[in-house]
Design a protein around this ligand. Structure first.
Ligand SMILES: *[C@@H]1O[C@H](CO)[C@@H](O)[C@H](O)[C@H]1NC(C)=O
Ligand SMILES: *[C@@H]1O[C@H](CO)[C@@H](O)[C@H](O)[C@H]1NC(C)=O
Ligand SMILES: *[C@@H]1O[C@H](CO)[C@@H](O)[C@H](O)[C@H]1NC(C)=O
Ligand SMILES: *[C@@H]1O[C@H](CO)[C@@H](O)[C@H](O)[C@H]1NC(C)=O
Ligand SMILES: *[C@@H]1O[C@H](CO)[C@@H](O)[C@H](O)[C@H]1NC(C)=O
Ligand SMILES: [Zn+2]
Length: 319
């Protein structure tokens, strides 16, 4: 992230030079404003490429991949691995200590989690996830960013499979149980109301606490890009269709606590999602536990499905 003093130098440079000379992606893009919003990103990095993210996932068109079993996450339950939380003006980032490892079928190596961040809309009624399932947009989306073999993000961007992102949806309902971890997370947000602010995370929740009981065997897999400039096409995406269910005030907190500039009287940070990109010739795979016919309603657990399949097989044998 750009340190504050660099941002200050930049502002000083603008005041002295009187013109905007920056060409780096970090300074030249935004979400809300027509001058720098997503419609203008095509000129930056690979944003006009053919393997961009996010996408809409058409569940019935996904190719079933029986080899795609459950992912293995190691160390995600350790609350001490959450280092600090930062408002970047574009999202809220949590940096992670060394030691969270991701591996699993279809991943060519072990990946190390570096950070996570979120995308949101304008509260529970105006969704802001990036990916969509059967054109359904969810309230929010959590991205855990990993690199292959612990490469730096810059080096990983040079490898077509250098980055692995896990994407989890958040959905708000009236019936959701209060969540201590999401409550603690939103308390933390209050310490970083404006762009550039940073706070230590207090160790009161782990990444696993935030994920709750989402089934790590049920996911979609495809090759795409980072969803912010320079939109590098180096990402193996894993998208979990079963949302993390939270209370409405959690979703409300994101869109009403954080600001996108360094002033609390400035605009709120909201609608920080990119619209869906064309799938083109790419294939989306469905993990073994998902199958091809995923519906929006909770699917039967695989354990419940096995006796059903066995009895169907037995019946077929008797005939
Ligand atoms: C984006 O790609 C399309 C198709 O390849 C091309 O026609 C268009 O000029 C490109 N736009 C920019 C800004 O590069
Ligand atoms: C995008 O950024 C990464 C790392 O910041 C860099 O390695 C890569 O070359 C950039 N790609 C493009 C197309 O600018
Ligand atoms: C989803 O995929 C199915 C099967 O390929 C296709 O018939 C349908 O038109 C697709 N729906 C959308 C909205 O693209
Ligand atoms: C992973 O990379 C980080 C940052 O470069 C480094 O501090 C750490 O020691 C590395 N961990 C391992 C196990 O190599
Ligand atoms: C985390 O949340 C619990 C329950 O809401 C609360 O009792 C606890 O004080 C919180 N911890 C911190 C460090 O905020
Ligand atoms: Zn993201």
């Amino acid at each position: 992230m750009t340190p504050i003093w660099v941002q200050h130098l930049f502002v000083l440079g603008m005041l002295l030079g009187g013109s905007h000379t920056s060409t780096s992606a970090a300074d030249s893009w935004c979400y809300g404003d027509a001058q720098c919003g997503p419609a203008t990103w095509a000129a930056l990095g690979q944003c006009n490429g053919t393997k961009q993210s996010p996408i809409n996932i058409n569940a019935s068109a996904a190719v079933r991949a029986p080899q795609l079993g459950a992912l293995k996450l190691t160390g995600y339950g350790d609350a001490k691995k959450l280092k600090d939380m930062q408002n970047t003006g574009k999202t809220v980032y949590v940096h992670l200590e060394d030691g969270l490892q991701l591996s699993g079928p279809g991943l060519p190596a072990t990946y190390t989690a570096k950070s996570f961040h979120l995308h949101w809309g304008q509260g529970p009624d105006q969704p802001g996830s990036e990916h969509r399932i059967n054109n359904q947009q969810f309230a929010m989306e959590l991205h855990i960013v990993h690199t292959k073999n612990n490469l730096s993000v810059v080096d990983a961007a040079q490898d077509p499979e250098g980055i692995a992102v896990l994407a989890f949806f958040l959905q708000a309902t009236d019936k959701a149980q209060p969540s201590r971890s999401w409550g603690n997370f939103t308390q933390c947000l209050k310490k970083v109301p404006v762009e550039g602010e940073d706070t230590d995370v207090d160790g009161s929740f782990s990444l696993q606490d935030l994920l709750g009981s989402v089934d790590l065997a049920r996911y979609y897999r495809y090759r795409g890009s980072l969803t912010t400039p320079n939109c590098t096409e180096a990402v193996v995406w894993t998208v979990f269709p079963d949302p993390i269910v939270v209370q409405k005030d959690v979703v409300t907190a994101f869109a009403s606590t954080l600001h996108s500039t360094d002033s609390e009287s400035g605009p709120l940070l909201k609608n920080n999602f990119r619209s869906v990109q064309s799938l083109g010739g790419r294939q989306v795979q469905a993990s073994a536990a998902l199958g091809t016919a995923h519906s929006a309603s909770p699917a039967p657990r695989s354990a419940a499905l096995i006796p059903l399949l066995l009895s169907t097989a037995a019946l077929a044998w008797h005939l």
